[in-house]
Design a protein around this ligand. Sequence first.
Ligand code: BEZ
Ligand code: FE
Length: 288
Amino acid sequence: MDFVNEDNITEIAMRRWATAKNPRLAKVMPALIKHLHAFAKEVELTPEEWMAGIQWITAVGQISDDKRMEAILASDVFGLSMLVVMMNGRTPDGATPPTVLGPFHIEGSPEMDKDADLGAGIEGEKLYMSGVVRDLDGRPVPGAALDVWQADAEGAYEAQIPDSDVRLRGIFHADAAGRYGLWTIAPKGYAIPMDGPVGHLIAQTDISHYRPAHVHAMVTADGYQPLVTHLFRQGAPYLENDVVFGVRAPLITPFRRHEPGPGPGGQAPSEPYSTVDYDFVLAPAGQT
Ligand code: BEZ
Ligand code: FE
């Protein structure tokens, strides 16, 4: 019988985990073990460092709940979320590219009418967002659903505000011509949560912990690949060093300034406001 030594433990552990009943798990687990062992060997991991790592993972779990998603945040700042998004979202040329979901999406947002105001009663510069949901040939996609969510002018998402009412999120539908429209407030750049284990790790580096101003959208329609993406404000700080690597060139869009007065979507803002005109292009289901 073979007992383990430093040279054979990786292979023995890999073989053991290759017995997983699920064939995908039987492939994933041995590969994970191979790379974990290689990592430990490469850095010559000490017991103290290993224990610090275990404590960090434990803290990620302990601070998490149904609203605080520290493990997603960890994956995001390590670039793993964006790598997985890009590997699995190789959309055809011309389709709007996906980016990270992030930890602040809340399922089951309220259905809103076209041109409804997500930002009603919330402090911030008014913003009207509109455009067409199209297919790769430029044809409109009537009835496409747009699940929209964003932070407020302080950079806070509903999920970060204890006992908050529904805030800055809603589901809109494209009309018969594929057009969508909504009022909201202009997003600002914000810091990711720095009060947990992810933030404590980042604080030991020179990494900027900010994200550039953006609005999240999840666009879905029958027969098309679901699109999870953001629109980023052109010229915003941190576009080049987004802490979660989420920026992709086609997602950067101008926010055009307008003087107060009659505006789109039946509103006449009394302060200067901005508009975004952006068409989302969906790839057909099953095509990459
Ligand atoms: C966000 O945009 O909401 C977000 C994404 C990744 C990490 C933190 C925040
Ligand atoms: Fe965000």
